[in-house]
Design a protein. Structure first.
Length: 261
């Protein structure tokens, strides 16, 4: 049997955490790495008998998840975000893998599906996402990226049946809170790499992105939530580039000094 540790990083996740922990409660161990929640997140996590809570100020997503992996007691790691839930099919696949004792592969991809505005997206790119979340930490780990971190392993990988449901935003207010943080981080990373898009590229980005998401990726089949998601995707890329442009402009603007007579 493969002993399995589920790891979750948290910050004020009292609304979504119970269903996430319920879906991994059968694991040998759950490690919740909290970065200073002020709500009931820690209390909820501590109510699960096989859950251990560790506190760590936020280091960036990559380093924070690496810290959670290091805190686990077992070498096989199942990393789940606090807004993700394993559906019944994925739980069955993981439980069968755990009992089989199979360890030929270094990691396993999970098929992730977006849930947005009360709808599970069964069409579009958001319904075909694959994320490497089950892995042997002796053969791989998360990258250290501050945002958009991923698992890299040395060895063969497979894909498990079932779905990882991604309840990424409770409502549009939460979407725009994350929207503002993520676009700022991405703009700073672009600024550090000096990736300067042309003015024409920035102007064409919104309509092109909307057409890609809505028609090419098939979000029109997801009803009104698919339309909204396509609009938001276009706005995300636009604002990211505008914030980058703002940083570039500020960096080249001469220092202004003020004097008083």
């Amino acid at each position: 049997m493969n002993r399995l540790s589920a790891v979750v990083i948290t910050l004020n996740e009292e609304r979504s955490l119970p269903r996430t922990l319920d879906s991994v409660s059968w694991c040998d161990e759950i490690v919740v790495l909290d970065s200073g929640s002020s709500d009931r997140t820690v209390e909820i996590a501590q109510s699960y008998p096989n859950c251990r809570v560790v506190t760590q100020p936020f280091l960036g997503y990559g380093l924070q998840k690496r810290k959670a992996v290091a805190e686990a007691s077992n070498d096989w790691i199942l990393s789940v975000d606090a807004d993700e839930v394993l559906d019944a099919g994925l739980q069955r696949s993981l439980q069968a893998w755990r009992l089989s004792g199979s360890a030929g592969s270094a990691g396993y991809y999970l098929l992730r599906r977006l849930c947005f505005m009360g709808r599970e997206f069964r069409h579009g790119r958001e319904s075909r996402d694959r994320v490497l979340r089950l892995f042997d930490r002796r053969r791989g780990n998360f990258t250290s990226a501050r945002i958009h971190e991923r698992v890299e392993v040395e060895g063969a990988t497979e894909t498990l049946d079932g779905r990882l449901l991604h309840y990424t935003y409770r409502d549009l207010e939460e979407y725009f809170d994350k929207f503002n943080r993520y676009t700022s981080v991405m703009a700073r990373e672009m600024h550090g790499r000096r990736r300067r898009p042309s003015t024409l590229a920035m102007a064409l980005r919104p309509p092109v992105t909307f057409l890609q998401y809505y028609f090419l990726h098939g979000n029109w089949l997801n009803g009104f939530p698919g339309y909204v998601w396509s609009c938001l995707a276009a706005g995300y890329r636009t604002v990211k580039y505008l914030k980058f442009y703002e940083l570039e402009t500020a960096a080249t603007r001469p220092d202004e000094t003020h004097s008083t007579d």
